[in-house]
Design a protein around this ligand. Sequence first.
Ligand code: ATP
Ligand code: MG
Ligand code: MG
Ligand code: MG
Length: 561
Amino acid sequence: MKQSAVLIPTLREVPADAEVKSHQLLLRAGFMRQNASGIYSFLPLGKRVLNNIEKIVREEMERAGSVEMLMPALQQAELWQESGRWYTYGPELMRMKDRHSREFALGATHEEVVTSLLRDEVKSYKRLPLNVYQIQTKFRDEKRPRFGLLRGREFVMKDAYSFHATAESLDDVYQKMYDAYGRIFERCGLNFRAVIADSGAMGGKDTHEFMVLSEIGEDTIAYSDTSSYAANVEMAPVVATYEKPSVQEGKLEKVATPEQKTIEEVAAFFNTEASQCIKSLLFKVDDRYALVLARGDHEVNDIKVKNYFEASTAELASPQEVKEVMNCEVGSLGPIHLPNTIEVVADHAVKAVANGIAGANEEGHHFTNVNPERDFNATYTDLRFIEVGDPSPDGEGTIKFAKGIEVGHVFKLGTRYSEAMGATFLDENGRSQPMIMGCYGIGVSRTVAAVAEQFNDENGLVWPKNVAPYHIHLIPVNMKNDDQKEVAEKLYETLLDKGYQVLMDDRQERPGVKFADSDLIGLPVRVTVGKLAAEGIVEVKVRETGESMDVSIDELQDKLA
Ligand code: ATP
Ligand code: MG
Ligand code: MG
Ligand code: MG
């Protein structure tokens, strides 16, 4: 493609509201533009990267036996009411009414739609298993869209759903999908880990997340270099004994949300970090107050114990101080669903503060095993820290921590949806059974950003070959020079004939601008047609290493192979 025909609005300055590298660089290199918060247009280069990732995903899905289809983004409320999620999904689900006042949701995910489809179309075990996928735009009204494509409100997802007559069949397909995910992210060039994940409220059993290792990841994973062990810290089992600190008897009671204050003000008062927090909550412990600054998109009335530990816990203050400084009402907000173990949890939080530990996500200090569904009945000694250097549960290594970006998630759903929605089949004995399900998601647009996050340097993006928008950036230094222009045009055609994807910078720009843009865009190989063009010599430069050499046009083919 000739660059003059492509909309690539590069920027020299770092856009003010872009906090992370991938967001900054995808904007600066002209791959995308924001329309509204969490909503983006993919410009031509961005669309090509998205296409490349989709292609990899399609190939691996087909290889794993998943078949593509496309379901509607606009979904009747009735389906979500049948599954119950209309009432539990919360404000992340975008809801709307049609002209007849019928309620709809914009698809945040498709369990309901696909389950209703299979319920109608599949009646016998003979038709199972079935595994379908789609690549489609999803809508989630994220409380805090951020980091560009990493957390959008409209984003591209690959979602697959499998249906089975037996648990063994689900195990088999789950493994195939798990393997396919590994291949997909490997082909994208990513440094990632598959980690044991938390099945949470879904109540499922096996679930794994695929985490791209990155400092800016919102998840923390515990892993070991010398063994295959890796888990989301939400799931990391107990590996060290925790010494019982002096027990704080007392109930933790939520008393107020000091929303009159900004997070920064609240944090400053409690002398703690506000950087990643979006919500502040006050808790009462006996007659003192603890502040929890929560990360993530948790509703005030839906606070679960787990979330406290994604939070920074600030120092306790006296009610007087709280009242004066926070200027907020101190009084109970009514029942909130906390397990019995909350006193212990509070105690942990207090101890963490006492030890000067800034929060649950700081390296080396993690609260674990405090997920409500699983740990309501946990006894005191079940709650422990795991720390760097602890033995990994398989005994073959020691624990380390890293931050991860969740790019994929595979999940054994079981019969959660099929039972709620009556998706049954007749088994070999003519008995009616609920279908057993699995679901498998990949954040395709998030993966674009994850690659950009892992592959960049001070000059711009550095795309791995398989996902790069083009293979070769062909740059005639001076388009007004007839030799250069002619050599470049000819080379362009030859390279296309050979099957390369080429972006030729045919603009009449200064060389400095062309090279800076080229570095920013980050195609794997640059071929510069300059002063030696008349002698049939061009320069080949590898973006990743910076290594460059002069080669004759005839030799070029070998160098590029
Ligand atoms: P997260 O924990 O980051 O909110 P999730 O667990 O809610 O993600 P899933 O429901 O598992 O997401 O969806 C499947 C995949 O879709 C995720 O693994 C992730 O890669 C991607 N995804 C989810 N939410 C977003 C978003 N707001 N923007 C971009 N990609 C997303
Ligand atoms: Mg989410
Ligand atoms: Mg998640
Ligand atoms: Mg997930």
